[in-house]
Every structure is written in C-alpha cells, then in structure tokens.
Design a protein around this ligand. Structure first.
Ligand SMILES: [Zn+2]
Length: 479
C-alpha cells in the first residue's frame, strides 16, 4: 500500500538520522556482540543465571541510553523481564510499549554450527556484512536497535526526551512459550498502559521486499481417545458385529473436511474475518512461486481450501491438521483383531476473529454427535489455546509504521501474515491497544536453527525505522 499521507520526517531529519547511525555502526555491533556472548537460554535450567545476566546487561544499556526508569521484573517462574520507561516532555504524546525478548533458543544440535554460537563474529555475506551468533537476529539484534534508533531520533531532532512516551518490555522466556508472561503483564498492567504496542521479533518477507506483519494465526490442539470393546476381539468371531474404534475414528477424522477442504464443524467459519479484495491484491503482489515454495516444503503438490492461494491459506484461513493416529496392532505381520482403543492428535490453526474455546466446544459437540453406541470418546485439549491476531491495514498506527518504513527503505511497503502462533493476541488483549510489527529480520537469518546470523545493515534499517516511527506516531491526531 502506498503512503496515503505525508511523512512527519523531512529530508534533513532523515539525513541526520542516517549520519548518526552510520557513525555508530561499530558501536552497535560491539554492543550486540557483547550481549550475544551471554548465553541466555531460559529453557536450559543450567543457564538461568545467564538469562539474569542478560537482563542486567540490557537494563544497563537502557540506563546508559538515558531511560530514567529501568527495572527487572521476575515472572512467577523467575524469568526476568526488563522494563524501561522514558516519558516524553510532550504530555499529550501517545504512549508506546515496545515488546521483544532477550532469551534465545537452545543451540542444539551444536555440531551442526559452522561457528561457536556464543562467540559472535562479523563475516561478509551475499546481503552485506553479517553478525554471526545465537540471538543476533532473534531477538537481541532487534531489541538493541531500539536503543540506537532512539539515540538517532534524539540526536537528529535535538530533543532531550522521546517524541512519544516510550516503554520497553523485553521478556526472558519467549522461546519457552512465555508460560508466566501473561500473568506478569496482568500484574503490571498499571505500569504498561499504552496507545500502541510495537513488536520487534520478526522480519521482512525477503531481502528487498519491505513488509510488516498484520495477522497471526491462533491455535488449539487436542488428543482424541476412543474406547471400544474392553479386550481385543477375534475379527472373525466378532468383527462386523461390534463397533471398531479405529474405524469410527477414521470416519470422524475424515468427516472434519468436505470435498472442497472446508472444515465441517458447526459454526466454524462464523467468526472468520473474510479477506477483502484489497488484502488479496496486496498478498498477490508479493513475489511468490508455488513451485519454489514446494521445493522448500519438500512436497510434490500444493493442497488446501478451494478458492484460495497458498499464501492466503497459510496466513488468512483456518486449517485443521491430523498429526498422528494410532491404535490396535502395529507390529510386524498380521493380527486380525477388533482393537480396544484408537487415538489421534488433531490441531486447528485459527484466524481472526475465531475463539479457541468456541472451536473446542464445536469439536466436542461433533464427536459427541457422531460416536456410535458401544464406543466411548474422550477429547482433551492442551490448554485454552492461542488466539489469532489481526490489525486492519488502514489502522492509523499501521499507516504510521508504513510511512516510517517507506522513509527508511525508500521503497513500497507490503503486508504479510504469520501462519504460526505467538503471544501477540494476548498482549494486545491484556494491554488493550493495537499491536504493530516492526521487525528487521530476513527469512535467511536461520533463527532457531544452527548458524543464526543477522545482516548488520538490515538491523540498522530497523533502528532507522524506529527513529522515524516515534515522530510518525507523535504526529497522529489521536491514537
Ligand atoms: Zn523471537
């Protein structure tokens, strides 16, 4: 989408921001390298002290940047979140919470790395110099650039406080699924009041294709257990005359989709926000090739809900997948029984505005209505599920971000979605504010994988975008 109103950042301001960041590039790399050397793997109980040290490292960096309030908040399981706050001297400025995380993924299998994960180094890559190391991209690089973006903003404007009331919220257990983080958010809600949340923990669609994410799918998953006869029965003496739980299970699972791959659960699509023509057109403008994508997927064919493209299916449509089915005799040779039990693991990816608990109720109702006499069924969901998230592309905060990205990259800005699921919907719900994504990763960064790295110039573009975004948000009539 092209910018539909003038940027609040003029050319002189932009030059000054760029000059600042160019002059401080080595300092940025040196600081990020120091932080990467702290192996903050919260998942590993042996590394918990390192995660604490990582929190203290960032807290010190935020203080050195000028944040007058910096605190470390332990969650109930001990994972340290860093909170930093710097009010604007403009009392009417909007309040922004920047969310990121300072814990990192484990490095296993460490033998697959071509360098030591916690000994950062700069090497040349196809997109420019790269900083190697676990967390270089996800998420220490993207958190640290906020400090440099803010410094660039202040240096270029001559201000002594940010143009927005700025709060940083950098959690310590994101790579473990943030088990205690929502509870911490609720407990600290009075400190976290805001008009907009900026998430920096993702990236662009591709090198040279500037995007921001506007939707994430939700998730709910379960195990289904069916029980038939109390003992395995001879299929000659009993088969065809008592219900077979595996046959029933396969019928139930097959019945979850119709011939067009629509999901059949009652009311399943009632709350699904339909894709607009504008959104479909914007998705279609991203460079995407089914054949190339199939190579990555190592699959021979695309498949899915009729009437939608692959990207639309992944980002904007709900799905149901069967992950495993087992029961009865699974050993070598033959054993002709009617088995006692049948099991399956099933999940649903959800899109706005579906609610995981509604989908759970619909599956319970479907199973209850379709299990014959003689079979007992148990459906157990793993928790309450993750809600989907969507921010409209015409939301003023999204448009402010589009202007900031457009200024930083001198390029058109497009929109992506995220097929996976994260805590974003919960954060937006608890803090009652729209949430936008300012990331500066590339899909080639190998996040979560061996040989993670970040392209230094791309991280600095993240800093530059942040430097503009605060001015763009401050210029909105009201957020
Ligand atoms: Zn991350």
């Amino acid at each position: 989408m092209s910018q539909n109103s003038a940027s609040a950042v003029d050319d002189a301001r932009r030059d000054a921001v760029r000059t600042f960041l160019e002059a401080h590039k080595d300092e940025f790399v040196a600081q990020l390298s120091e932080w990467i050397r702290i192996p903050s793997v919260w998942t590993d109980p042996e590394r918990r002290d390192d995660v604490q040290r990582s929190a203290e490292w960032f807290a010190a960096a935020a203080r050195a940047t000028g944040f007058p309030t910096v605190e470390i908040w332990p969650a109930s399981d001990g994972a340290p979140t860093v909170f930093a706050e710097w009010p604007s001297d403009n009392p009417n400025a909007p309040t922004v919470v920047v969310y990121g995380h300072h814990d990192v993924q484990p490095v296993d299998p460490v033998e697959q790395w071509s360098f030591a994960p916690f000994e950062p180094a700069v090497v040349e890559g196809p997109d420019g110099d790269r900083l190697l190391g676990r967390g270089a991209s996800d998420d220490k690089g993207m958190v640290l650039y906020h400090l440099f973006g803010l410094r660039a903003n202040l240096a270029a404007s001559g201000r002594t406080s940010p143009p927005v009331h700025l709060k940083l919220l950098i959690e310590g257990e994101e790579e473990s699924g943030s088990p205690a983080f929502p509870e911490l958010l609720r407990a600290k809600r009075d400190r976290l009041g805001c008009d907009v949340i900026v998430v920096s923990d993702n990236g662009h669609y591709a090198a040279g294709v500037i995007t921001t994410c506007v939707r994430m799918r939700g998730l709910t998953d379960c195990q289904i257990d069916l029980h038939g006869p109390d003992v395995d029965l001879h299929s000659g003496s009993f088969g065809g005359s008592v219900p077979n739980p595996l046959t029933v299970l396969t019928h139930l699972l097959a019945g979850l989709h119709d011939a067009n791959n629509h999901i059949t659960l009652e009311g399943f699509y009632d709350d699904v926000a339909p894709l607009t023509d504008v959104e479909r057109d914007l998705i279609a403008r991203l460079p995407f090739d089914d054949a190339q994508w199939l190579e990555t997927a190592e699959s021979r064919a695309t498949f899915g809900e009729a009437g939608y493209t692959t990207l639309e299916r992944i980002w904007a449509r709900p799905t149901c997948e069967i992950h495993g089915v087992w029961g009865g005799y699974m050993g070598p040779g033959h054993k002709t029984i009617v088995p006692t039990d049948a099991h399956a693991k099933v999940s649903f990816r959800l899109v706005a505005n579906q609610q995981p608990l509604d989908v759970q109720a619909a599956l319970h109702a479907y199973i209850a209505a379709n299990v014959p006499d003689g079979i007992t069924a148990k459906v157990e969901f793993f928790g309450d599920g993750v809600r989907p998230y969507l921010v409209p592309i015409d939301d003023p905060t999204v448009q402010a971000l589009v202007r900031a990205l457009g200024r930083a990259y001198d390029d058109e800005v497009l929109f992506t979605g995220e097929g996976g699921s994260g805590p974003e919907a919960d954060i937006a719900e608890i803090l009652q504010a729209p949430l936008i994504f300012l990331g500066a990763g590339l899909p080639t960064d190998r996040v979560h994988a061996p040989d993670e790295h970040a392209v230094i110039s791309v991280l600095l573009k993240g800093a530059e975008t942040a430097a503009y975004l605060w001015d763009e948000l401050a210029a909105l009539p009201s957020v």
